[in-house]
Design a binder for this molecule. Structure first.
Ligand SMILES: Nc1ncnc2c1ncn2[C@@H]1O[C@H](COP(=O)(O)OP(=O)(O)OP(=O)(O)O)[C@@H](O)[C@H]1O
Length: 363
């Protein structure tokens, strides 16, 4: 996502916010007639304006020069969550982030941060958020210390307090030892840590991170994820965007998937992975080197199909719940006389889920 420069992403005064363009009649009609439409706003107010929702987008539509970037988008991010925001190129991630950051105003619908409307309470919202764009577009010739001091001053911290805060935020991202280095001389991973330190300068409750792991090597990626977990354990809410669902699966509690301006899924990762169609399928893994078990499994009363799964001695076993429940199936499989290593619910692979929910091609 590169529509927003680093300097643009900082505390832009309200008069620099892109003003909304009125929507056409079609948009208003759809918004009003949708189940979560503007007409329902009053009745839904309590839920959508809940301060325990760090972010809520309710029926938000946004267009650029007539072209729809977001189409009646609604989702919430719970306070204290590490929440992923995933979608292919052009899906609408940056546009959504710009709305939450107060750099854009919604043309239809409501965007709230901890229950505060981003249009009505723009200044309050800005004190609660920290936005990290995906690249350093400027400031590369500053030292780490100068860079952080610049932002701390912009937030109005007095000089003595700035020294203290810079020490604290650099220690959170383990970068105190690079305080006097030029940003341009730092690795991508270290630049990302400095970017995070900058976002923490005003101690925001909500961190908005745009593709923070892109371009990082595996080690830097793991270290960054550890820092994010530590920040979450300090009570921060973290909303993190990525193109790659599997990258966020280990880290996040919940995920929102967006494609072509529409929300395809928003909820707990576990719910995304549990395929309703696979509720009656279990995966069994026998000891390595075991004989082919397909026939033995298929002969169990109530088993509909038994297929090999993966390279080793794994099998997907589908059963008819009217004739057999999962416990009975496990007992029967365990008594086949071949050592059973594990059994589990058959869960969809993340990438498979992502591909199912999104469409091919770049917008
Ligand atoms: N300033 C703009 N002017 C015109 N069209 C825009 C502008 N910003 C975004 N768009 C268009 O709006 C749609 C959504 O873009 P957005 O940047 O929000 O998606 P994204 O999910 O962040 O994509 P990426 O991951 O590629 O950055 C795209 O079709 C994009 O081309």
């Amino acid at each position: 996502m590169n529509h927003m420069s680093d300097d643009e992403a900082q505390a832009a005064p309200p008069d620099q916010v892109q003003q909304p363009t009125p929507l056409d009649n079609e948009d208003f009609e759809k918004a009003a007639s949708s189940p979560a439409g503007a007409a329902d706003e009053a009745s839904d107010q309590i839920a959508w304006a809940d301060p325990n929702h760090a972010i809520s987008l309710h029926n938000v539509t946004h267009r650029y020069q007539g072209k729809k970037a977001l189409d009646r988008v609604s989702f919430v991010v719970e306070k204290g969550a590490l929440h992923g925001f995933v979608g292919p190129n052009g899906a609408g991630k940056t546009t959504s982030l710009k709305l939450v950051c107060t750099l854009l105003q919604p043309q239809a619908g409501r965007v709230r941060v901890f229950g505060e409307d981003v249009v009505d309470n723009i200044r309050k919202v800005r004190t609660m958020i920290g936005f990290m764009p995906d690249h350093f577009s400027t400031y590369r010739q500053m030292t780490v210390n100068e860079y952080l001091d610049f932002f701390a001053a912009a937030y109005g911290l007095p000089p003595a307090r700035r020294i203290e805060v810079i020490e604290q935020v650099l220690s959170l991202v383990d970068m105190n030892h690079r305080q006097n280095d030029l940003i341009s001389g730092l690795s991508r991973g270290m630049q990302q840590r400095v970017g995070l330190a900058r976002v923490l300068v005003n101690d925001p409750e909500l961190l908005l991170l745009d593709e923070p792991a892109s371009g990082l090597d595996p080690r830097a990626r793991i270290e960054l994820m550890d820092i994010l977990r530590a920040l979450r354990s300090m009570g921060k809410t973290i909303f993190i965007s990525s193109h790659i669902l599997s990258e966020l699966a280990e880290l996040c509690d919940a995920v929102t998937i967006i494609d072509r301006g529409e929300i395809r899924f928003s909820g707990r990762i576990g719910d995304l992975l549990t395929n309703p169609q696979n509720r009656h399928t279990l995966r069994f893994e026998f000891a390595p080197g075991s004989a082919d078990m397909r026939e033995a499994l298929a002969q169990i009363e109530g088993v509909v199909s038994a297929e090999k799964s993966g390279e080793g001695a794994g099998y997907r076993v589908e059963f008819d719940p009217a004739r057999l429940d999962a416990n009975q199936l496990v007992v029967r499989v365990a008594s086949l006389g071949v050592p059973l290593v594990s059994f589990s619910e058959d869960r969809r692979q993340l990438n498979e889920a992502f591909m199912d929910l999104t469409t091919a091609g770049v917008r």
